[in-house]
Design a protein around this ligand. Structure first.
Ligand code: MOS
Length: 756
């Protein structure tokens, strides 16, 4: 396979590193095995914990026989609700304090005899070795009084009620009379889709190493949001936030699954407190399924009405998702449908049922990934009904302004994305008739779909420190989950200060650093960049102030606006000085500047801004499939995505991240699904051997192109790339399958039984 990196132009005239495909800074440490993940920190008195999981969906523990477990040599303690020190209850979810989102569930583990889901941890074994802990955990014998449980989404889905709405996410909307317009439309489709539950499967299963020193907790943890996790732990253990240190230098993938405090994290800290030992709790793969939320299943209705020319007259998108009685949040499934098509009549509504299951959580573009499956499949089906090219149909309905709210788009280049994609992919070679393109015996199909993910920002605190030797240290508690966090921020800082990339060090992944943005909602890079740019501007100001005071400095009497930061210093046409010279002349060994940003008002700003403008990363996904005409096995044979993500800082890391999203989308389309027993809520396939993520053989070469046009409303013109890659993917596959076979599959995953 040949790896091609899309060419990108530098973002600004003076930038040197932004726009370059720079190698990832964490690459050597990871490829040589030197990078230490949460379960790899040694402590001399380290003990190992293993969880005991409930095997009923709902009820009470009437007895918990731990004698056999305790009798195993090397067992230090078995913690249950009868003997564990109590944690404080989980804070209630409040959108005034977004850190409350860190509660994975509302359960107070080991402080109650109540069982709320099949898999809930009900005991923790601490032992001298991980093997001993796991073996002893298997010997704990609970007895239960079972209570009636509601666990079957398909059975409960008709009882869904409207969700109450989440301020930072879009949910329902109404414009005009969509029902009447649909009924009157000369051409229409009205389809019901379903998507199954999905589970997180990061390469690094969740793991925690917890160490107490008096009332001070040190926690090694792969985290997506260090400040919120720290606050949550401080609340649960009744200590000040300053007494909790979270170290998270490397995160082996997260995708939403490491953005909250789940049972393993809390129980590792609890076990360490109870035993006085350093405790490591590394979840098994099944342990992740049992204790870390995944994605809700959904049912969705999309109905589209159009006139004979393909102009939409009605767009209806409604959804049902599930949360749990003990937490979770409605997935914003119809969010993208607010912004995709210029229909005069729109009805969007989200409904929810609460079940006795582990709560759902954020996962790989929550909302947009499964929402675009439905709406983009329906658009394709409408194109069939109209006998129209599916790209042409989309272009005819491309909105000038926000279709629901009339907001201005800060960036909207879907026409350009489709045009470039069609040309590069060879869309004109597509025979519009279904089931006629062949490659030997294989049926060939081509499909497209639109990618869409909102571009948001969160507060980030950043300090930059310039040494007299000309080196620059950027400090912010950002998160590195494999996307190249330090690399791209070093590129930005090097350009802002005009210093060589090698002289910039980026510190991240530590709660002792200034609080960074969460690596959630595709916000981290743009949010941190804003802080880096601001801090660098302040730093240059201080440097200039120093220089202006120095007799004989060529910068005397100059303003910052007249100077260019380059070659390690500040320069104008007639001369300049390096930072090292300026600091040395002033007798300073360093200068530091800080960018501060508060969380206060963030929700209000987000909501208010959304009323005025729509800012989003978008893209055009092109998929080619080959379908075996006898077995109906589907193989994705080609992929091309054209993305409008604003400025591309680093085409190498960006392309890798977008490819990752597309691979996850292929999994969603063809193989992934969590199977839950409708009788007792048990996850039937909690392992990678039975929950099928795509392997290399399932993934073709993925071509990624960028429009690389800076957004005019964000620092450096960034729009965020973390999640847009997966959106539209499942629909593009389904649409290609429709083209290859003539069959429309409405229920994911598209397994061969649904095509035979
Ligand atoms: Mo994302 S699903 O906010 O990691």
């Amino acid at each position: 396979m040949s790896i091609k990196y899309a060419e990108t132009e530098p973002a600004t005239g003076t930038s040197k590193y932004v726009g370059q495909g720079v190698d990832r800074r964490d690459g050597p440490a990871k490829t040589t095995g030197q990078a230490r993940f949460a379960a790899e920190f040694p402590y001399p008195d380290l003990a190992y914990a293993a969880l005991v999981h409930a095997t009923i969906a709902r009820g009470r523990i009437t007895a918990l026989d731990t004698a056999a477990a305790r009798a195993v040599r090397g067992v230090i303690d078995v913690l249950t609700h009868e003997n564990a020190p109590a944690m404080k209850p989980a804070p209630k979810m409040s959108f005034l304090d977004l850190s409350s989102i860190a509660s994975g569930t509302s359960v107070n583990y080991l402080a109650t005899d109540e069982v709320h889901w099949n898999g809930q941890p009900i005991a923790v074994v601490v032992a001298e070795t991980p093997e001993t802990a796991r073996y002893a955990a298997s010997l704990v014998r609970p007895s239960y009084q079972e209570l009636p449980a509601t666990v079957d989404f398909a059975a409960e889905e008709p009882n869904a009620v409207p969700e109450r709405g989440i301020p930072i996410m879009e949910s329902g909307a109404d414009k005009g009379d969509a029902r009447a317009a649909l009924a009157a439309a000369p051409v229409s489709v009205d389809l019901r889709f379903s998507t199954p539950p999905y589970n997180h499967n990061a390469i690094e299963p969740h793991a925690t190493t917890a160490v107490w020193d008096g009332d001070h907790l040190t926690l090694h943890e792969g985290a997506q949001n260090i400040p919120w996790l720290r606050k949550h732990l401080a609340q649960r253990f009744g200590v000040p936030e300053t007494s909790v240190r979270i170290l998270s230098p490397y995160v082996g993938g997260a995708f939403g699954g490491k953005s909250r405090a789940w049972a393993g994290t809390l129980l590792a800290a609890l076990a360490a407190r109870a035993t006085g030992r350093a405790v490591r709790l590394a979840l098994t793969r099944a342990g992740v399924y049992h204790t870390v939320g995944g994605r809700t299943p959904s049912t969705q209705r999309v109905a589209l009405g159009a006139d004979a020319t393909g102009r939409l007259t009605a767009l209806i998108h409604t959804s049902v998702s599930r949360t749990a009685r003990i937490g979770g949040m409605p997935e914003p499934i119809t969010a993208a449908s607010h912004h995709l098509y210029a229909a005069p009549n729109i009805h969007l509504a989200q409904n929810v049922v609460q079940l006795d299951l582990l709560p759902n959580t954020f996962m790989r573009a929550p909302g947009e990934s499964i929402g675009t499956f439905a709406v983009e499949s329906a658009m394709d089906e409408l194109a069939w009904q109209l006998g129209m090219d599916p790209i042409e149909l989309r272009m005819r309905n491309e909105p000038e302004r926000g279709p629901v709210g009339g907001q201005r788009f800060t960036h909207r280049m879907l026409k350009e994305a489709y045009a470039l994609g069609a040309e590069r992919f060879g869309w004109s070679e597509r025979d519009p008739r279904p089931g006629v393109m062949r490659d030997g015996r294989w049926l060939v199909g081509m499909g497209v779909a639109t990618a869409f993910h909102p571009s948001m920002r969160m507060p980030a605190q950043v300090t930059v420190r310039l040494g007299a030797d000309g080196t620059l240290v950027v400090r912010s508690g950002m998160h590195e989950m494999g996307m190249g966090t330090a690399t791209v921020q070093a590129q930005i800082a090097a350009d802002e200060m005009g210093v060589p990339l090698e002289s910039v060090r980026v510190e991240y992944g530590d709660s002792d650093l200034p609080p960074g943005p969460g690596a959630i909602g595709s916000v981290q890079t743009a949010s941190a960049a804003a802080g880096v740019i601001d801090a660098c501007a302040k730093l240059k100001k201080s440097v200039l102030a120093l220089a202006r005071r120095a007799p004989g400095s060529p910068l005397r009497g100059r303003k910052l606006e007249d100077l260019v930061a380059r070659d390690g210093g500040l320069h104008h046409a007639g001369g300049g000085q390096t930072y090292a010279e300026i600091l040395t002349a002033a007798g300073r060994d360093h200068l530091e500047a800080e960018s501060k940003a508060g969380m206060l008002g963030f929700v209000a700003r987000t909501v208010l801004e959304r009323r005025r403008k729509v800012r989003a990363a978008t893209g055009a996904q092109f998929c080619e499939v080959r379908v075996d005409p006898d077995t109906m096995e589907v193989r994705v044979s080609r992929w091309l995505g054209v993305f409008d993500v604003g400025t591309v800082i680093n085409a190498k890391t960006a392309t890798s991240q977008l490819r990752g999203g597309i691979v996850m989308g292929i999994g969603m389309a063809l193989s992934e699904q969590t199977l839950i027993d409708g009788r007792d809520g048990r996850i039937v396939n909690p392992s990678l051997s039975e929950y099928h993520v795509p392997v290399h053989a399932d993934v073709p070469h993925i071509d990624v192109h960028y429009l690389n046009e800076p957004d005019p409303t964000t620092p450096l013109g960034l729009l965020g790339i973390g999640e847009v890659g997966i959106t539209g993917v499942a629909a593009a596959v389904a649409n290609a399958v429709r083209h290859a076979t003539g069959k429309r599959v409405l229920d994911l995953p598209i397994t061969l039984d649904k095509l035979l």
